[in-house]
Design a protein around this ligand. Structure first.
Ligand SMILES: [Zn+2]
Length: 202
């Protein structure tokens, strides 16, 4: 028997399905929302709908944006010869945090992980290849996928794919513990990993 009425239980279930929110937190957040003034609860709901409606993938780098090209792709001060390839939009925020990188990005929206059901077509690798073909000024691709087995395999796959392109492929690796995520690395470790990036051009 459910402890809460169906509408409250539905809210708890939906919140609990979000990443990083367990059953206890979902219940706490749901009860907090129900105690909010009605206009605040409506503001929260409108904000979710608006963000969802107004956000799409940048046609150049595939980052989530509400303008196309996104602010980074359209910033004239960014170095157009370097593309840093990351798994998720969150990783762009992480890379920007260390103020070391001034080039452009490409968001894969995942990694190549056939065992986990992620095929090449599920990530934006074809868009990356097309972009590199259209923009011969790009001379370095920095593979900043997470230092996990899948992230490393994706970096290796890309380096093989681009082996005859003449583009230098580098990998953020040194100092980042295997299995970790960029997002949770400290600024010092990430800065050293960026500065000490290794050439993996095959
Ligand atoms: Zn962009």
């Amino acid at each position: 028997m459910a402890r809460y009425s169906p509408s409250i239980q539905d809210l708890i279930n939906r919140l609990g399905a979000l990443p990083g929110i367990g059953a206890k937190s979902a219940t706490r957040v749901a009860l907090h929302i129900l105690n909010m003034p009605e206009e605040d609860a409506k503001g929260l709901s409108d904000s979710i709908i608006n963000a969802r409606k107004n956000t799409f993938r940048c046609s150049v780098c595939q980052n989530l944006t509400d303008s196309d090209p996104c602010p980074i792709c359209s910033d004239p001060s960014r170095d157009k010869t370097t593309v840093c390839v990351v798994e998720s939009p969150r990783d762009i925020l992480t890379m920007e945090r260390i103020h070391e990188y001034k080039g452009l990005y490409h968001v894969l929206h995942g990694v190549y992980d056939p065992a986990g059901g992620k095929a090449i077509a599920d990530i934006t690798l074809n868009q990356l290849i097309e972009r590199l073909t259209l923009h011969p000024e790009i001379n370095e691709v920095i593979m900043a996928t997470n230092p996990t087995i899948e992230g490393n395999a994706t970096a290796l796959y890309v380096s093989r794919l681009l082996s005859n392109s003449g583009i230098k492929i580098t990998r953020l690796a040194s100092g980042l513990p295997l299995g970790s995520e960029l997002e949770f690395s400290n600024d010092y470790t990430l800065t050293s990993a960026f500065k000490g990036r290794v050439d993996i051009t095959s």
